[in-house]
Design a binder for this molecule. Structure first.
Ligand code: F6R
Length: 241
């Protein structure tokens, strides 16, 4: 695992974007796993700048997003579909039909999860996966539990996650209680992983990910078993290491 400590969020975002851009140039038809949340927003801004400067091209890439809330439709301004379009897809030349985001409104969630997982594998698997980490050590919406879920599945969000994400909603009660998420196996099958983490609020999760035994109570700790992970931290996120 390669751990990089950047001076601040701007430099962290530039570093992450450079790794992603390098991958896009090496594999213009690559499969990219995107994350939502506040952590990668700066990275996406950098990628948009690089696209505008014609350093990168999104026209042939395919994307699979990590997760989506159950019960929010695409138009909801807190859906991850909306987030990805606002923060990246609407500003670059991604083809809409190649952007895959879990459908939080599927009638048959189990069938949807199987299909999403199969689509990912059919596409050849993810070349580069971008991740954030939750304050409780979750990756995607794989919450702390007693095992590492393998494939895309539905999950009940923990209080800690609902609390952490309440800042994006009018109040805590508006945060959906369930989500659909790639599994830990889906993430671990990615060829490369880049995690971005900023802020003091994540310092304890980062310490546990890197210093505690690998265990499903800290889902991100499994990344230590992956052969190609780069974790980019700002100084605050790295402050307990
Ligand atoms: C988002 C996701 C989550 C976030 C994590 C951190 O698609 O899967 O695991 O990466 O909750 O969220 P932020 O970046 O908002 O602190």
């Amino acid at each position: 695992m390669n751990v990089i400590i950047a001076e601040n969020y701007d430099l962290l975002s530039k570093k992450a974007a450079t790794i992603i851009a390098t991958e896009m140039n090496e594999k213009p038809d690559g499969i990219f796993g995107f994350a939502t949340g506040s952590s990668p927003v700066g990275t996406y801004k950098e990628l948009i700048k690089m696209y505008e400067e014609r350093i990168i091209d999104f026209s042939k890439i395919t994307s699979f997003n990590l997760d989506e809330y159950i019960g929010l439709n695409k138009e909801h301004d807190q859906s991850y579909y909306y987030f990805m379009h606002e923060n990246l897809f609407n500003h670059v030349n991604m083809r809409e039909e190649y952007c895959n985001i879990p459908n939080g409104m599927a009638d048959d969630m189990e069938a949807f999860c199987n299909e999403y997982e199969n689509e990912m594998q059919k596409a050849g698997g993810i070349d580069l996966q971008i991740l954030g980490i939750g304050p409780n050590g979750h990756i995607a919406f794989n919450e702390p539990t007693v095992y590492f879920p393998d494939k895309t599945h539905t999950v009940k969000l923990t209080d800690s996650t609902i609390e952490a994400n309440a800042r994006f909603f009018e109040n805590k009660d508006m945060v959906p209680k369930e989500a659909v998420t790639m599994g830990i196996g889906s993430i671990m099958r990615a060829k490369k992983i880049v995690m971005v983490v900023n802020g003091k609020g994540k310092a304890e999760a980062v310490r546990r990910m890197l210093k505690e035994d690998v265990n499903p109570n800290v889902p991100a700790s499994i990344l230590r078993y992956h052969p190609n992970v780069t974790v980019i931290l700002d100084k605050e996120a790295a402050s307990l290491l």
